[in-house]
Design a protein around this ligand. Structure first.
Ligand code: ADP
Length: 291
């Protein structure tokens, strides 16, 4: 059973001809809200695409933005532990997407910033803890250490990119990064294989977009080709990859198979718009992998 502890946001997306410059007002086209945040996206990916029993610890404000986030998690079959606060708004992201698919994003983390060590639920019954870096770093460290001490497998998606303290790395079993995040942790020197070797974690995985992913596990390097697709919107591909990989590991699949499944799910997520809305179901994923 998987516990995801992390961020949940409501994304406000407006499409416009171009992204406004400072002081400029642009009349946009359509407007939509989407449930997002790396934590919530990955919890949905675990439950929906990975078909794994999943719970999520999250913090929400007492405002109108909380309900759509809760509905989205519950529709995907994610059980929740919700910390509610009157002092901060629910996490939000304001996204402007231009006609050439560039975007400008402003995130107001709000309630995500109040999660602290005291909020971690009892870990009895959980086998895997999945974390990202959109809640306070000290909280991530406290959760990782508590889970490690109780024998859970700790999976960290080190996003957004930042260097990581050694006491966090010491509590992590599986580290998932993209190329930018890998550079933030292990520098630019050397090829990918050498940079993976330099990180002192039992298993490190780097996602490489259309090229798939590489993993370093107990000194062995594994490479998985990406699945060829015509991408429409790559938002959420990384989150889908992390959720499905954790789900596959929680079911005892060998790493090579878990990587292949996560790669397939990441590729499928690129063929649809949005983040949570682009995450495939388990049945869709199985069909895609057999095709
Ligand atoms: P992030 O979105 O976090 O930057 P990546 O771009 O590396 O991460 O994508 C995560 C995973 O999603 C990849 O490892 C791959 O499995 C899948 N993926 C992303 N882009 C593509 C693509 N264009 N074609 C096929 N698969 C993709």
């Amino acid at each position: 059973m998987i516990l995801v502890a992390g961020s949940a946001n409501l994304d406000f997306v407006v499409r416009a001809s171009h992204i406004p410059a400072a002081g400029e007002t642009v009349l946009g086209y359509d407007f939509q809200t989407y449930s997002g945040g790396k934590g919530a996206n990955q919890a949905v990916a675990c439950a929906r695409a990975g078909n794994a029993a999943t719970s999520m610890l999250l913090a929400l404000g007492e405002d109108a933005f909380a309900a759509p986030i809760e509905a989205s998690l519950s529709n995907a079959g994610v059980r929740t532990y919700i910390v509610r606060t009157r002092d901060r708004s629910t996490g939000t992201a304001f996204i402007c997407v231009s006609a050439v698919a560039e975007n400008a994003i402003t995130v107001a983390p709000g309630a995500n910033e109040i999660l602290d060590a005291s909020h971690l639920p009892p870990l009895h019954g959980y086998t895997h803890l999945l974390l990202q870096l959109e809640i306070p770093l000290q909280t991530v460290i406290a959760y990782a250490r508590a889970a490690k001490m109780q024998g859970l497998t700790v999976v960290l998606n080190a996003a957004p990119a930042q260097s990581l303290p050694l006491d966090l790395l010491a509590a992590v079993d599986v580290l998932i990064v993209n190329e930018v995040e890998l550079t933030a942790i292990s520098g630019r020197d050397g090829d990918i294989a050498h940079r993976l070797e330099r990180i002192d974690v039992p298993c490190v995985i780097v996602t490489l977009g259309a090229r798939g992913c590489w993993a370093r596990l107990a000194g062995e390097l594994m490479m998985q080709q990406g699945f060829p697709v015509t991408p429409v919107d790559t938002t959420g591909a990384g989150d889908t990859f992390c959720g499905v990989l954790t789900a596959a590991l929680s079911k005892g699949l060998p790493m090579a198979e878990a990587l292949r499944m996560a790669n397939a799910a990441g590729a499928l997520a690129c063929t649809r718009p949005g983040a949570q809305s682009s995450i495939p179901t388990h049945a869709e994923l199985q069909e895609f992998m057999l095709a």
